[in-house]
Design a protein around this ligand. Structure first.
Ligand code: AMP
Ligand code: GLY
Length: 426
């Protein structure tokens, strides 16, 4: 089969790497891709916001499956347009993609389906938000409703910080994403991510991971898109996973299906493991970045067959997904300045030297300049390794990091620290 993969980050490089290993794939196209993706796919120029152009490309190249990597095209309704043209798409339609596109939509769905989550209020004006704020304790969580590239969440420790966040959001600091603001109760616990594939009817678990959102060691500094991840997240025990399936994932899938907007694709649940049990923090309508990278390193199944089963509504015939017993860990190498303005153009060397069966370097923000690889974004490389434990995968990943030459880059040195500490305790 021919596949078109949309996106250009480390998540898409990991997807391309795994898809290209499938004996079923004839040609894998990727748009726009990056220099790493170019090693396992044919890059093409396509504007994902031009639905007619993407549809025409698929007709011309006999594309059997379109895999949408990032959230923006899904929230924009690209999957609807492609499905209307008879194409198989991995990724939800616009209406169910509101799970990621609108935090208020997800909170309302949690109410309708009795899904455990933080108490909340949706607000549409500064005056209303200020009045509602008095009903919350501190810290309080303030979220721009729409897509904000992971930056639209403020945890306000004081009333002054909370008010400043509201003024900023309603003042246009997050563009249209902040026209509506959700106020939330602050939850405490350890965070974990859980992934499930669904075609709207069948649901299969797709593993767990733990991200590291803060830029600095010890979880300090500003939030980022994610500085590293590992899988599995053993803090999510089999019993907790079963609870997440029963109380969060299945009610979500069933409610959306019953309401006539079935969800097809990957459901990425951001969870808080609270003293009262797992609660939903948020949903994403696509794979996590960099969580996808560690999941792909562990996946034993044919990814192309799996994603096609989701896209064609035949997931029930596929059966459970097999993940390796091995662990995987990825360290994000970012360009200095990230998550502010990253330094572009820095030279990168040594990738071939450090890569091997247990080490993959996925490209996130890279470019070729006069034939040489350079940094071209905030998150630049994902140094990903496997091992029999998180500690072993961590040691292998940092050994590879130290073998790379990337003078304008930096990374956290403690990815996986919670799990490594638990492993040491035995
Ligand atoms: P989100 O983009 O909704 O995942 O939020 C980003 C981060 O903010 C999460 O990973 C959590 O660390 C934190 N967060 C979001 N909502 C809450 C909440 N209600 N209580 C505590 N932390 C939260
Ligand atoms: N790593 C967080 C995300 O993909 O949203």
């Amino acid at each position: 089969m021919n596949i078109l993969l949309l996106g250009s980050g480390g998540r898409e490089h990991a997807l391309a790497w795994k898809l290209s290993q499938s004996p079923r794939v004839t040609t894998l196209y990727a748009a726009p891709g990056n220099p790493g993706i170019a090693q396992c796919a044919t890059l093409v120029t396509l504007d994902a916001t031009d639905h007619a152009a993407v549809t025409a490309f698929c007709a011309e190249k006999d594309v059997d499956l379109v895999v949408v990597g990032p959230e923006a095209p899904l929230v924009d309704g690209l999957a609807d347009s492609l499905r209307a043209a008879g194409l198989a798409v991995f990724g939800p339609d616009k209406a169910p993609a509101q799970l990621e596109g609108s935090k208020g939509f997800t909170k309302n769905l949690c109410d309708r389906a009795a899904i455990p989550t933080a108490a909340y209020v949706r607000t549409t004006s500064l005056e209303q938000a200020r009045a509602e704020l008095t009903k919350f304790g501190l810290p309080v969580v303030i979220k721009a409703d729409g897509l904000a590239a992971g930056k639209g969440v403020i945890i306000a420790e004081t009333a002054g910080e909370a008010d400043a966040a509201l003024v900023d959001m309603f003042g246009g600091g997050f563009g249209a994403a902040g026209a509506e603001v959700v106020l939330e109760e602050f939850m405490t616990g350890e965070e974990a991510s859980f992934f499930a594939l669904t075609d709207g009817k069948a649901i299969v678990a797709f593993g767990s991971a733990q991200d590291h959102k803060r830029v600095g060691d010890g979880d300090t500094g500003p939030n980022t898109g994610g500085m590293g991840a590992y899988s599995p997240a053993r803090v999510l025990t089999p019993a907790l996973e079963a609870e997440v399936m029963d109380r969060i994932i299945r009610p979500t899938v069933n409610t959306l299906a019953a309401e006539g907007t079935p969800y097809s694709g990957v459901l990425y649940a951001g969870l808080m493991l609270t003293a009262e049990g797992p609660k939903l923090i948020e949903y994403n309508a696509r794979f996590g970045d960099p969580e996808c990278q560690v999941l792909m390193m562990r996946l034993q199944d044919d990814l192309a067959a799996l994603l096609l089963a989701v896209a064609t509504g035949t997931l029930a015939d596929h059966g459970p997904v097999t993940m390796s017993d091995n662990c995987a860990l990825t360290v994000v190498m970012a360009a200095k300045g990230y998550p502010g303005t990253p330094e572009k153009g820095g030279a990168i060397g040594g990738i071939e030297m450090v890569s091997g069966p247990q080490v993959q370097i996925f490209h996130a923000g890279t470019a070729l300049k006069d034939g040489a690889l350079v940094a071209n974004g905030g998150r630049v490389l994902n140094v990903t390794a496997t091992g029999s434990s998180i500690g072993e995968a961590q040691a292998r990943a940092y050994e590879a990091v130290d073998g790379l030459s990337f003078p304008t880059g930096f990374c956290r040195r403690d990815i996986g620290w919670r799990e490594v500490a638990r492993e040491r305790q035995g």
